[in-house]
Design a protein around this ligand. Structure first.
Ligand code: ADP
Ligand code: MG
Length: 339
């Protein structure tokens, strides 16, 4: 008698995909992060029907070598780390090698890519984990992924998706956060043929804040630039007058990664405490740089949370830099955006 079977790879991939790919926005997050890791300076995201039927992501990064194309879609295949020791110093956004295999397991994927060294481009089609075709074609340097009919083969998952408008909203929020996290990259977001966001990539965080949040916020900013050795802080915080009723405007990026951290949020909010009413939250767009050795990014596949080994230092440094900024808020003219 035996009741136990080992699942086949396709089933394993479909189950694993659930961990990484929850909705169209997860696909966009993973593919845009890959484009960033590939050194792209321009990334375009084009979606239809909230990304449920169509997502196209084009980058001008380094491309994928012909011999790596099939490998890239295997589970746990990555060019970013080689061993667990590399995790401590990981500076790329990805390292698990799970995104492409997961996406390909639950959607129809078309990839067009070309490296600088490649004589031609490669077009590769994989659907539901099954390879359909691979051929050489002309293509510009960089990579385009087209993801069609997400969850077409996992109807239960598909049922859990919200309306296209809501799903597009999640992607729009994500694109804004990604643009704020990388002022040096030009992002374009097109929804049903309409350009919704276009940043220049001119490295000016303030321009992106204006672009995303509008004049009201952009004209009430306090610049922060603090070097505290192990931790460096750069960016903007809002004057207390532009507070909000929820944490949606509290953005911070650690080593270029959009994350959530109880320690960082508390440090920011404590600094604002005496300036704000209860249940009000500040606007911030802060870039925090911290030595990789103090970070554990390997917490959850979607990597939204992150652990510090020196929590107390992190708290104190951030709280004091934000407090110092707030203390000099009166010295900053009201409408400083036009300058
Ligand atoms: P990870 O990002 O964790 O390495 P992924 O499954 O997201 O894993 O991607 C697998 C590999 O495919 C990457 O390590 C990278 O080498 C390659 N790759 C994926 N997307 C791109 C891209 N847009 N440009 C260049 N290489 C890419
Ligand atoms: Mg990745």
């Amino acid at each position: 008698m035996s009741k136990i079977t080992v699942l086949d790879q396709n089933t394993i991939d479909k189950i694993a995909a659930g961990e990484v790919i929850e909705r169209p926005a997860s696909v966009v997050k993973e593919l845009v992060e890959n484009a960033i890791d590939a050194g792209a300076t321009a990334i375009t995201v084009d979606i239809k029907e909230g990304g449920t039927s169509f997502i196209r992501i084009t980058d001008n990064g380094g491309g994928i070598y012909k011999d790596d194309v099939k490998l890239a879609f295997l589970r746990h295949s990555t060019s970013k780390i080689k061993s667990v020791e590399d995790l401590a110093g990981v500076s790329s956004l990805g390292f698990r090698g799970e995104a492409l295999s997961s996406i390909a397991a639950v959607a129809q994927v078309e990839l067009i890519t070309k490296t600088a060294a490649g004589l031609t481009g490669i077009r590769y089609v994989i659907e539901g984990g099954f390879e359909k075709s691979m051929e050489e074609i002309g293509a510009p340097e960089g990579t385009t992924f087209i993801i069609r009919n997400l969850f077409y083969n996992t109807p239960v998952r598909r049922k859990f998706l919200k309306s296209p408008v809501t799903e597009a909203g999640y992607i729009s929020d994500l694109m804004e956060r990604l643009a704020l996290s990388h002022p040096d990259i030009s992002f374009k977001f097109i929804n049903n043929g309409q350009i919704k966001l276009h940043t220049s990539g001119n490295t000016k965080l303030k321009d992106i804040i204006y672009n995303v949040y509008g004049r009201e916020i952009a004209s009430h900013l306090i610049p922060i630039d603090a070097d505290m050795g192990v931790i460096k802080l750069e960016g903007y915080i809002g004057k207390p007058v532009v507070s909000r009723g929820n944490r949606n405007y509290e953005n911070y990026y650690i080593n270029g990664r959009y994350i959530k951290s109880g320690v960082v949020s508390k440090a920011i909010e404590d600094a604002y405490k005496s300036y704000m009413m209860q249940h009000k939250y500040p606007f911030t767009a802060l870039h925090i740089k911290i030595d990789g050795e103090f970070l554990d990014v390997n917490v959850h596949p979607t990597k939204m949370e992150l652990r510090f080994s020196n929590q107390e230092d992190v708290y104190k440094s951030i709280c004091s830099a934000v407090s110092e900024g707030l203390a000099r808020r009166e010295l900053i003219p009201e409408v400083s955006f036009a300058s």
